[in-house]
Design a protein. Structure first.
Length: 161
């Protein structure tokens, strides 16, 4: 995989990374820090929710099993107010009891731990490309609407002249 292409896509995005394992959080944050525009770290779902409410994030990567508030409850809370932010779940176990609930909540990807760098970077490339493309579509739609409004106003002025 082309690391330059990945960085080109991810460098435009803000990431919230929620992980209770201090060592894993810090080590993975180093990688994310080289890729993303900004990286915010939380050690549990409750802290992640607080940060999400205060910031603007394009992507969330979160663990499932965490103290205080687990990843499932965290994702459910996010989805109650935001259906668009992309969420990737990481877990050390094939948490089949959670999978159906997470699918219903609307998570975007699930990656097993230990994190395989090739799988992680491949998932990030695909996911972040989709995020950037959706942002471009929205931007172009807004530009087209603004242009249409301007043309309509000019048309109305010409008709009244």
């Amino acid at each position: 995989m082309d690391a330059k292409a990945l960085k080109e896509i991810t460098s435009q995005l803000n990431l919230l990374y929620v992980e209770d394992d201090e060592n894993l959080r810090q080590e993975t944050a180093k990688l994310f820090g080289h890729l993303f525009k900004s990286v915010s770290l939380a050690k549990n779902g409750k802290e992640g929710l607080r940060m999400f409410a205060q910031g603007s994030y394009d992507l969330i990567v979160t663990d499932i099993n965490m103290p205080v508030m687990n990843g499932v409850d965290f994702c459910r809370n996010i989805r109650e107010n935001d259906s668009k932010t992309t969420i990737i779940i990481t877990s050390a176990h094939d948490e089949s009891s959670y999978l159906l609930e997470l699918i219903d909540i609307g998570i975007d990807k699930f990656i097993l731990k230990p994190l395989d760098m090739q799988k992680l970077t491949s998932t990030l490339l695909t996911t972040c490309t989709n995020i950037v493309n959706a942002q471009l579509v929205l931007k172009y739609k807004q530009e087209i609407e603004a242009t249409n409004l301007k043309l309509l106003q000019e048309h109305q002025q010409l008709k009244s002249s």
